[in-house]
Design a protein around this ligand. Structure first.
Ligand SMILES: [Zn+2]
Length: 93
């Protein structure tokens, strides 16, 4: 099962344990983890919530732990980094 980085908090999330496919394919929105998803609102507890920083990201936005584990038809585009969270800044946009 693919994993991805939550757009809001930058943690690792599994596509099957969140509304990832609904958000990204049906609604065209960035993927959110179960804790950041307003429809779920809490971490699922299937594995510890941790940052995706440093993991490799392929062309679909899915995460890989090392170059050796990446199948040939995936292309690594870069590595994950924490999203820019600006606290105390009003979002008017
Ligand atoms: Zn999140």
């Amino acid at each position: 099962m693919p994993i991805f980085m939550c757009h809001a908090c930058g943690c690792i999330e599994n596509t099957a344990l969140s509304n990832y496919w609904v958000h990204t394919t049906l609604e065209g929105k960035p993927g959110l983890c179960s804790a950041c998803d307003p429809e779920i609102g809490k971490w699922h507890g299937e594995f510890p919530q941790r940052s995706a920083a440093g993991m490799l990201v392929d062309q679909s936005g899915h995460l890989w732990s090392s170059q050796e584990s990446v199948p040939k038809h995936y292309q690594i585009m870069g590595s994950a980094s924490q999203p820019h969270v600006s606290k105390g800044e009003e979002g008017n946009g």
